[in-house]
Design a protein around this ligand. Structure first.
Ligand code: COA
Ligand code: AMP
Length: 634
């Protein structure tokens, strides 16, 4: 099939408003929008101003009304508990309406925030949809984050209600969530009126009378709530993501643009038809989970898979193939790290031979750089297109992709292909001038961003402008660096800030530095992301101890590892840290993190002309050699 990509991208470029007005026809509006794009407060753009809709109606009730009630909406496949649960559109609608009724009885209404801290159970998706049904704003916090991170989000979002599971289940261990929530509420200034707790049999929690409510006593039998009409520009959710400091950014998603863009993406980017099965192997705590486990497949009338397990070890590296075969998955979306894990444990893909993947069409990878080795391994064994695509929490849906639904373009390894219709991607130099094809610079998107992308940060318009719009007026700064080639293929090379990607999870090295610096014995520190075969990147810390500290280094280092785990969470995967006498700095005092990373990764580096004392680099090399990094690697 020849690709329609050029034609569709061209149509969007010529008449963007007509393009999005047409896409909006696929959504049920209670009141039509008065204006496709309101640019009167630029750079704060608003899509579909005046439109009234309900996202939950579009994701559930609408399909039941259209005759899809008996079709599966959600399949929960949980190898860690050995269970599979299935919900039709009719059942899911009923469960969500009942839960929304219970939330309403607890005082939750339009505009109120509901914080969700849950493991990968169907009730997590129900909680999101129930909040949306009431016009409330949900904020899901990933379970791998520690109490401190949860507290920061509680204080920023000020939720009326917290919904949590008693525990999460990681391979071989139960992670009690409720004590983390209790601890977070001790730290936080803001207190919700209630915590609704879903008790999981693997690890029930103690409830605090008055504040905590047991889901099983509160939700069943609640009077079902109808969908509340909301404005297109009312927030649907807040999702916190790592910024350059310890304070996370509350990315806001509004209702109208999100519904339109996500619905459009399912068919045009992912090539999925209503009624087909789509699987995003991620977690509801991340943007991939929000967009492609919960909202997009349901807005599209597809069946979504919610998987509670890992690509390997639950029980073996064949579990992805088992899920695809057992549930008839047409397309899988995951992070490259998952495939690196499978490749590591089953290099010849022996497990694949046990399953019939006849109906499977496409593998999509995103969240971190997809290394050509991994892509080619997947292609060789799956014999299907493997599509790298690029996006971020902020945009909510892909910025660059090989849009399978429009007909596949030739693959260039190392590139997530071309800009998706809606995104005008440019590469800029430091002064904001456009660079020539092949030249590396900052990747930016010309404003306005398309529907579905963040309209602002929660309660922080100023932070939104400062973080994303101020550097290059008229553009959104993605924080990624790379280039575009002669054919318009985009290449993502690195971040321009201190964000790293650990197993597809976005983390801030700045936040880790803040934690290390808070240790009594640490005078100075730096954290960089170094290459890791499985996780893509892992953090590596350097600490300079205060004068006079003479405790054994091993003891201090173990405390530092525990401190990051305790303050940020196990997801940070912070295990490597070393003591150095000094940090390499420029004469103006800037820590040379990039040089340290290069030494750690045994990459060639030039000694920066501005360095205050080049001898430090040798010391750094020696310290790294002692922990198995850099040219001194042992
Ligand atoms: N609740 C509590 N703890 C969690 C958690 C959760 N929801 N998710 C992860 N953790 C913990 C893990 O148990 C692990 O703890 P440990 O240090 O005690 O072992 C730590 O956080 C790191 O987890 P993870 O990143 O999952 O690493 P892993 O070593 O357990 O597994 C992979 C490695 C590659 C198998 C795993 O990262 C993976 O499945 N990645 C798939 C990609 C993905 O989902 N990306 C999301 C964005 S699309
Ligand atoms: P997150 O907000 O967690 O989705 O992380 C977004 C960041 O992950 C991007 O800004 C990139 O740095 C990185 N990223 C996501 N997808 C890709 C990709 N396909 N190739 C390279 N980097 C990617």
């Amino acid at each position: 099939m020849t690709s329609r990509y050029d034609e569709v991208y061209g149509a969007w470029k010529r008449e963007p408003l007509a393009f999005w007005a047409e896409a909006a026809l696929d959504i049920d509006w209670i009141e039509p929008f008065a204006q496709v794009l309101d640019d009167s407060r630029a750079p704060f753009y608003r899509w579909f101003r005046g439109g009234i809709l309900n996202t939950c109606h579009n994701a559930l009730d609408r399909h039941v009304a259209a005759g899809r009630g008996g079709q599966l909406a959600l399949i929960h496949d949980s190898p860690v508990t050995g269970s599979i649960r299935r919900f039709t559109y009719a059942e899911l609608t009923e469960r969500v309406a009942e839960l929304a009724g219970a939330l309403r009885a607890l005082g939750v209404g339009r505009g109120d925030r509901v914080l969700i801290y849950m493991s990968m159970v169907p009730e997590a998706a129900m909680a999101m949809l129930a909040a949306a049904r009431l016009g409330a704003i949900h904020s899901v916090v990933f379970g791998g984050f520690a109490a401190n991170e949860l507290a920061t989000r509680i204080d920023d979002a000020k939720p009326k209600l917290v919904i949590a599971t008693s525990c999460g289940i990681e391979p071989g261990r139960v992670v009690p969530y409720k004590p983390l929530l209790d601890r977070a509420l001790e730290i936080a200034t803001h207190q919700p009126s209630h915590c609704l707790i879903l008790q999981r049999p693997e690890g029930p929690a103690e409830l605090r009378p008055g504040r905590d409510l047991d889901w099983s006593e509160t939700v069943p039998g609640a009077e079902p709530a109808a969908c509340m009409p909301v404005a297109a520009n009312d927030p649907l959710y807040i999702l916190y993501t790592s910024g350059t400091t310890g304070i996370p950014k509350g990315v806001v998603r509004d209702n109208g643009g999100h519904a339109v863009a996500l619905k459009w993406s399912m068919e045009n980017i992912y090539g999925i038809q209503p009624g087909e099965v789509f699987w995003a192997a991620s977690d509801v705590g991340w943007v991939v989970g929000h967009s492609y486990i919960v909202y997009a497949p349901l807005l599209h009338g597809a069946t979504t898979i919610m998987f509670e397990g890992k690509p390997v070890g639950t029980p073996d590296p064949g579990v992805y193939w088992r899920v695809i075969a057992e549930h008839g998955v047409k397309a899988l979306f995951t992070a490259p790290t998952a495939f690196r894990a499978i490749k590591r444990d089953d290099p010849n893909a022996e497990y694949l031979k046990k399953y019939d993947l006849g109906g499977f069409r496409t593998l999509f990878l995103a969240g971190e750089r997809a290394d050509p080795d991994t892509i080619q391994w997947a292609e060789r064994h799956l014999k299907r297109p493997v599509i790298d695509h690029w996006w971020q929490t902020e945009t909510g849906w892909p910025m660059a992709a090989n849009c399978i639904g429009l007909g596949q373009l030739p693959v260039k390894y190392g590139s997530p292909t071309k800009a998706v219709p809606g995104y005008d991607i440019r590469v800029l130099d430091e002064a904001g001038h456009e660079m020539k094809p092949g030249e590396i610079g900052a990747i930016a998107v010309r404003l306005p961003l398309p529907p579905g992308s963040l309209p602002t940060l929660w309660n922080n318009d100023e932070g939104y402008v400062k973080s994303y719009l101020a550097t290059f007026p008229g553009y959104y700064q993605t924080g990624d660096a790379g280039f575009i080639d002669e054919d318009g293929y985009v290449y993502i090379m690195s971040r321009t800030d201190d964000i790293i990607n650990v197993a597809g999870h976005r983390l801030s090295t700045g936040a880790m530095e803040e934690v290390l610096a808070s240790h009594q014995d640490v005078a100075e520190c730096a954290v960089v992301g170094v290459a890791d075969e499985l996780k893509g990147q892992v953090p590596l810390g350097f600490v300079v101890l205060k004068a006079g500290v003479n405790r054994p280094h091993a003891e201090i280092l173990a405390e530092l590892v525990a401190l990051v785990r305790d303050r940020i969470g196990p997801v940070a995967a912070f295990r490597k840290v070393t003591v150095v006498k000094r940090l390499p700095k420029t004469r103006s005092g800037k820590v040379l993190r990039a040089t340290m990373r290069r030494i750690a990764d045994a990459e060639p580096y030039t000694i920066p002309a501005t360095i205050d004392d080049p001898a430090i680099l040798e010391e750094i090399g020696a310290a790294l050699g002692a922990i198995g990094h850099g040219s001194g690697r042992r």
